[in-house]
Design a protein around this ligand. Structure first.
Ligand SMILES: [Zn+2]
Length: 78
């Protein structure tokens, strides 16, 4: 019996916060319609780059992927 069950895997803070990250961004957003995301998308379209939809993640996931920094545009107004 060597298997260990990680009971803490699904544990979240009481606020089960959903954040949004983008493939190119290095920070997480509180809202998918943040100008930090939509502005970058518009610029990408203008330049002919591929646009990736924002991805829903938890704060822990964002931090694991190196995108744990909060966006000042949509997080600073809270
Ligand atoms: Zn933002």
């Amino acid at each position: 019996m060597g298997a260990k069950v990680r009971t803490s895997f699904r544990e979240r803070s009481s606020m089960s916060e959903t954040l949004y990250i983008t493939a190119q961004g290095d920070r997480c957003h509180a809202r998918p319609d943040c100008s930090g995301i939509t502005g970058a998308h518009k610029a990408a379209v203008t330049l002919g780059y591929e646009v990736f939809e924002p991805e829903e993640v938890t704060l822990a996931e964002a931090q694991q992927r190196g995108k744990g920094a909060s966006c000042p545009t949509c997080s600073g107004s809270a």
